[in-house]
Design a protein around this ligand. Structure first.
Ligand code: HEC
Length: 318
């Protein structure tokens, strides 16, 4: 009865596979992911992205509303005294929803939670008035931790003070840019999750679990048709390259399959002049046909344009 023996083997393999999958189903929910401590990367990421990115009532049409600014502060916004080193602060103007870690400090992880509440006074931050945060270093029960520090409570710096003191080039709109990344479907082709198997020299080390605390959504991407972008700002920090590549990827990568995102420039350039897309196209076609030596220049972008925030987001991915 050789056939019967094979049935028995099959039954055992099935039992093993089924038992294994039941273990995963029953055990996974009992792992407390909130107990994983936020890394510095997670703190920076969630403070710069704000509450959440995607379909929510704060920004139903994904226009990048309700987002904080990241400011490299070079002087004390109250006294005007220069700071020894630029300080990265996250500016939540009045009405901007705070990120999950501020609303639910428990998810920051042990140590970080206590320090952020007791020393950082994050509980005192009020949405109606807005607040300015930074990441500070502290010690809890003999262990060093980073924590979120509410500078509006400790130093009296208001969002308006900080924005008045900062120059536009010191302000990053990476939070709004992440909304553009989600809305424009960059994740159809790009991942934000380098793997162990990829070339670390080029794509950077894979992230750790604690890098994602409080991030929503993570924008990992579905599958990879294009380079991973997790650390793209480390290997390419050229704003000019980004401008050319987004306006028309084939200006810098002749065989690129990436679509152009020239419409993110909006209607006007940095000087408030209307952008003439049709003329640009004509000149570009002439260049491709060899009737011009150089491609036409890519228009400068307005400081509140969507492309500005997307490039700020790309350059923030260090
Ligand atoms: C149809 C697939 C596709 C989509 C959609 C797409 N890309 Fe790409 N992207 C590519 C490919 C392929 C490359 C590599 C060739 C090149 O540089 O153009 C690339 C390259 C890049 C690079 C340079 C990467 C590096 O390693 O230097 C950046 C930055 C980038 N894309 C950003 C974006 C952003 C932001 C969006 C959404 C607004 C987007 N891409 C949408 C396919 C895509």
């Amino acid at each position: 009865m050789a056939g019967f023996r094979e049935y028995k083997i099959g039954t055992r393999i099935f039992a093993l596979a089924f038992g294994g999958s039941m273990c995963i189903t029953l055990l996974l929910p009992s792992i407390n992911i909130a107990a994983v401590s936020s890394t510095d990367i997670a703190l920076a990421k969630s403070l710069s992205a704000g509450h959440e990115t995607g379909f929510n009532l704060d920004d139903p049409f994904l226009q990048g509303k309700n987002k904080p600014y990241v400011v490299a502060l070079k002087a004390d916004p109250k006294s005007g005294q220069p700071l020894a080193e630029p300080l990265t602060v996250y500016v939540y103007q009045a009405g901007t929803t705070f990120p999950p870690g501020i609303l639910h400090p428990r998810i920051l992880g042990a140590g970080i939670e206590e320090l952020s509440v007791q020393q950082g006074h994050i509980g005192e931050a009020k949405k109606d008035a807005g607040a300015v945060f930074t990441v500070s270093k502290g010690e809890y029960q003999g262990k060093a931790h980073s924590f979120i520090d509410n500078l509006t409570a400790s130093k009296g710096w208001s969002p308006a003070d900080v924005l008045r003191a900062a120059k536009d080039e010191d302000i990053s709109q990476a939070g709004k840019g992440k909304t553009m990344f989600v809305r424009e479907g960059c994740w159809w082709c790009h991942t934000l999750l380098p793997e162990e198997t990829q070339d670390w020299q080029v794509f950077g080390a894979p992230p750790m679990l604690g890098d994602f605390n409080g991030e929503s959504p993570t924008a990992f991407g579905s599958d990879r048709k294009a380079p991973d972008l997790m650390h793209v700002g480390s290997r390419n920090s050229s704003k000019e390259w980004m401008m050319m590549h987004f306006f028309n990827p084939r200006l810098v990568q002749p065989h690129s399959i990436m679509p152009r995102f020239d419409y993110l420039w909006g209607e006007k350039d940095a000087d408030g002049k209307a952008i003439n897309f049709a003329q640009w196209r004509t000149e570009y076609d002439e260049y491709r046909e060899g009737k011009r030596v150089t491609a036409p220049d890519v228009p400068s972008y307005a400081k509140d344009s969507e492309i500005r925030s997307l490039i700020d987001f790309m350059l923030s991915l260090k």
